[in-house]
Design a binder for this molecule. Sequence first.
Ligand SMILES: Nc1nc2c(c(=O)[nH]1)N[C@H]1C(S)=C(S)[C@@H](COP(=O)(O)O)O[C@H]1N2
Ligand SMILES: [Mo]
Length: 259
Amino acid sequence: MSGLILPRRQLIARAGGLVAAAGTLPLLAGCDAINEAPLTRKILSMGEEMNRASQRALIDRDALAREFSRADLSPVFRSNGTKLPAGDAYARHAATGFADWRVAVTGLVAKPLALSMADIRAMPQRSQITRHDCVEGWSAIGEWTGVQLSRILAAAGLKDRARYIVFRCADRIGDALYYESCDLVDALHPQTIMAWALNRELLPIANGAPLRLRIERQLGYKHAKYVTGIEAVASLDGVGAGKGGYWEDRIDYEWYAGI
Ligand SMILES: Nc1nc2c(c(=O)[nH]1)N[C@H]1C(S)=C(S)[C@@H](COP(=O)(O)O)O[C@H]1N2
Ligand SMILES: [Mo]
C-alpha cells in the first residue's frame, strides 16, 4: 500500500514511527496506540509537520485549480457555517447595500487601506468557475467574480517581513469572530480572489456578502466570508490560539487544507 493513500491518522502514526526509528523516541505500536499521552501528542505533531512538508514537496502549489464551464454550474450553491451574521451593525450594512462597508488592509504593509466595495469593483476583475469542497462532504460548482488578492496586496505594498495573510470576518461563532489565514503562495495565486459576485449576481448574504475569499486550492473552511480585514503578518503566533484559523484553533482541521 502506498503511503499516499493511507488514512491521515495512519500516515501520521507512520511518520511518528519513522521518527522513532531514527532513535530518539520509542516506537508507536500502531495507529491503535494513539492516545492523549503527551509523548504521543509530541510524536503526532512531529508527524504532522513531516506530513505537511511532504505534501508541500508533492503538490505544485502554483498549479491552477480546475475551472469548469457554465453548463457545470450547480443549480443551487448551498451555504454552510454562518448564513447571516448576527447583530445590528451587519443588518444596517445589508439594508444599505453595503455602501459603508470597508475592508481594512493592515499589518505589514507600506500603505494601509480602507477599501469600499466601489473601490474593489473599480479594480481589474476576474471570474472563475470552480468547485467548492467542504470537509463535511459536499461540493458545489459556482462562478465567482472579484479582484485578485495579489492586486490588493500590491496596492498596499507588502513589507519584506510579511509571510502570511490573515482574513478577519464580521460573523461571530460562539466565542470569536471567524478568521482564517494563508501563506503568500496562496495569497498571490492567480485564482485567489476577493469575490463579491456568485453566478454573476451580487453575493447572497448566506454566501458571505459583501465580500468573501476564494482560495481555490484549499478546502471550504479556508474561504472566509463577510471579510472586514486583510492583515499581513510575519507569524501566526499572535493570531487566535496560533494555528491560523477559527477551526484550526478549535478542532483538528489542518491549517494547510490543500485539495
Ligand atoms: N466568516 C465565515 N466564513 C466561512 C464560514 C463561516 O462560518 N464564517 N464557513 C466556512 C465553511 S466550513 C465553508 S464550507 C464555506 C461555505 O461557503 P458557502 O456558505 O458560500 O457555501 O465558508 C467558509 N467560510
Ligand atoms: Mo466547510
